[in-house]
Design a protein around this ligand. Structure first.
Ligand code: CTP
Ligand code: MG
Length: 196
């Protein structure tokens, strides 16, 4: 019998690892954010704000830079981490394709840049949609709030590294849970005014 739990654990680890620049970028926008809003206070044709005060230039640039830095760190440790993963696959006789592991673990500069940029742009797109739905800044939009950033990050990342569907599914299922947990912590720590 193949090592089902081992395989699943591996797929979960690799999926989350792949998308880390998006998580870090999105998370750090909260930390570096503040000041001038990206839409400069302007309104859309529906007389509502284009993006709202929750999307700031500092948040965007800071999030992008820190997310990108996290990706550069992944680049630095890619070789040793890949070797470790490959030896674990042999040791635990996992049914994971070695080339897929390498693809997930060893990013290019372009890929980590696109994943961080996609996260920040996806977050803007989410807010743009929320404003069009007449939801004020900070009002919850279930699933949209948790998935906007990761959806565009995945799309951008896919251009450089196409993922097997199992990995996409794991990321889309786990992200809302991780996002809610992280935001709960940020709320408790006083970084966010609402826990979503
Ligand atoms: N943030 C920022 N600039 C960004 C993204 C986020 O300054 N480009 C900061 C803002 O302080 C924002 C916080 O991170 O309030 C949390 O982000 P998010 O939950 O996405 O924004 P909301 O305030 O909930 O606004 P929206 O309704 O538009 O999602
Ligand atoms: Mg929000």
């Amino acid at each position: 019998m193949s090592n089902f739990w081992g395989d699943l654990g591996f797929i979960i680890f690799l999926s989350v690892y792949y998308i880390i620049p998006a998580y870090v970028g999105n998370g750090f926008a909260v930390v570096t954010g503040g000041g001038r809003p990206i839409d400069l206070g302007r309104k859309f044709t529906d007389k509502r704000r284009i993006l709202g005060d929750g999307k700031t230039i500092r948040g965007f640039i800071g999030g992008l830079m820190v997310g990108f830095s996290a990706g550069l760190l992944q680049l630095v440790i890619a070789n040793p981490l890949n070797e470790l993963m490959q030896s674990l696959i042999i040791q635990y006789q996992l049914g994971i394709d070695a080339t897929v592991v390498e693809r997930m673990i060893s990013p290019s500069i372009l890929r980590v840049f696109l994943i961080s940029l996609g996260a920040l742009l996806g977050d803007l797109l989410g807010s743009f949609i929320k404003r069009r739905m007449d939801l004020e800044r900070g009002k919850p939009a279930p699933l949209l709030d948790q998935l906007d950033f990761v959806a565009v990050a995945l799309l951008f990342g896919y251009i450089v590294t196409p993922l097997p569907w199992a990995y996409l599914v794991v990321i889309l299922v786990l992200t809302p849970l991780i996002h809610l947990m992280a935001n709960g912590i940020a709320y408790k720590a006083g970084l966010k005014s609402v826990p979503w």
